[in-house]
Design a binder for this molecule. Sequence first.
Ligand SMILES: Cc1ncc(COP(=O)(O)O)c(C=O)c1O
Length: 243
Amino acid sequence: MSLTYSPPDWSSRLTVSARSCGDDAAAVIAQTESAGAITLSGGFPDPPAFPADRVSAVTAQLMVTSGGIDALGLLATSFIEAGDAVVVEAPTYFGAITAFRARRADVRPVPIGDSGLDVEALAALLGSGLRPKIRYSIPDHHNPTGLGQSRQCREQLVELCRRDGILLVEDVGYRELSFDSETVLSALDERMPSGVSWTVPSGGFFTWLTLPGEIDTVRASDHAAAAGVTYVAGPVPPRQAAH
Ligand SMILES: Cc1ncc(COP(=O)(O)O)c(C=O)c1O
């Protein structure tokens, strides 16, 4: 008897599950699959690149998943029931929103600034009686703004989460990715019209542009794609009523 293994078609599975979570996620997946797009968020790691010796030192507390999105899906399945609140940064990684919404979580965005989450806004939300199950955070080189969280912000968040028994989930896939983003920033300086602002990343892959309110970033992304440029259109989450 011969046993053969055919790997699942992960890409189309992801597309199907993203589609069930709304147009935003499906649109982003479609963009990563368009001809010529370079996506840094897919695929399986090269086995020799896997740091087995470092990993074996912490196996008692470690669970190996097929990637960050798999870990988020397991986390959501384990902890979230329909209607449970999850506090995320606004904006945040769309895959995390997809994982939480798939469990019908009440995803609550709290603004992020240059030194991290707006802790006062979170405290006000908690003060209003909200008891989130999870506070999902990307503290280093945040996706999609590229911003980092200050030490003070981290300490305040830990304190608030401890006080209210909230599970603090840190997604640190970009922690060790720190480099000079001068090329992107000077291109933006050169090309962007007045009225457009952007974050200055501490590292990672991203910067987040804010366009004047009258510009529909979803419609503009079609024009950009025709010119060979793709981007994730916001606001994510949630789509604001004015759009
Ligand atoms: C913040 C963040 N978490 C998780 C993921 C998903 O990681 P993976 O490709 O390992 O599933 C991404 C991918 O873009 C991400 O930006």
